[in-house]
Design a protein around this ligand. Structure first.
Ligand code: PDD
Length: 284
């Protein structure tokens, strides 16, 4: 039996009470998080919950729980559903109210829903790398908010999938921003480059983990954006996300990156990443 969280309680799918008037349906008016579970434990959960509250504040939404309560809900879902490797999905919408663009009355309470799902690590792609497609970044100018409104991301990912690419390499005015659901990194001459954490990208939790690992390993890293032309000439490219971890990129639009196989710095970071998580090392 799968347990979900909705309307303040843990419940089964058949009992979920979802309103057609939920502003998530009408406007994508909400925020969300995806938290990875390894060996039954949530990974970087505090950081994800903290970003959920930051996203909500940026869209002037008040989550009707504390950060501690949200953490407990996420932990409970992973535990009750006996998730070993997978993720917890949490979303908060501005609530259910008759459709008007402006915010509903302040008495309308945001709807918090969440579930946990078993989901294996994409080990083959992590080991072998993936091809990406360059796609123009047509999204809005608040990509720092982890909003439910993901049409720009959905269209970009689909464009990549239609040519058998795993991810879209988004570029705005010739500058690489991020992926449709990941952050992008390039390696040139031993230095790692990634777009600065501003309004044009989501400041990924995995991105922040990589920044920390680079510091620990004394690998030079610059939060400096690179152009799409520079991307083609990188020695290595990789993407990061909660579900993809650190994933090498082997080609852009069919052109090989470096020697077309995962590079040494990418491998070094992957190893350091895995070392923090006992269940990865144990091969579980
Ligand atoms: N996506 N950029 C975008 C646009 C994303 O949607 C994501 C995550 C990231 C990476 O963030 P993090 O390392 O915190 O997962 C960057 C999640 C996994 C998703 O939508 O499924």
């Amino acid at each position: 039996m799968t347990l979900y969280f909705m309307d303040g309680k843990f419940t089964e799918q058949g009992e979920l009470n979802i309103s057609i008037d939920d502003r998530g349906y009408y406007f994508g008016d909400g925020v969300y998080e995806v938290i990875k579970v390894y060996g039954g434990e949530l990974y970087t959960a505090e950081e994800h919950i903290s970003r959920l509250f930051q996203s909500a504040a940026k869209v002037k939404m008040t989550i009707p729980y504390s950060e501690g309560q949200m953490l407990e809900i996420a932990r409970e879902l992973a535990l009750c559903n006996t998730i070993s490797v997978g993720h917890v999905y949490i979303q908060v919408t501005r609530g259910a109210a008759p459709r008007t663009h402006q915010f509903p009355a302040s008495t309308v309470v945001p709807v918090v829903s969440a579930y946990a799902i078993q989901n294996p690590r994409p080990t083959s792609n992590i080991d072998n790398g993936v091809p990406v497609k360059s796609v123009e970044d047509i999204r809005w100018l608040r990509c720092d908010i982890k909003s439910l409104n993901l049409l720009g991301n959905v269209l970009a990912k689909q464009e990549a999938y239609e040519v058998n690419c795993a991810e879209a390499l988004l570029h705005r005015d010739g500058v690489v921003t991020e992926g449709s659901s990941s952050n992008m990194f390039g390696v040139k001459g031993g230095t790692i480059y990634t777009h600065p954490a501003n309004n044009l990208i989501l400041n990924g939790i995995t991105r922040q983990v990589v920044l920390g690992l680079c510091q620990e390993l004394a690998v030079p890293l610059k939060e400096t954006a690179f152009t799409i032309e520079e991307a083609f000439k990188m020695d290595e490219l990789f993407l990061t996300s909660t579900t993809s971890e650190i994933m090498p990129i082997t080609s852009i639009d069919g052109h090989s990156i470096g020697s077309g196989i995962p590079g040494t710095l990418t491998r070094k970071l992957q190893k350091a990443f895995a070392l923090q998580i006992p269940s990865i090392i144990a091969g579980e």
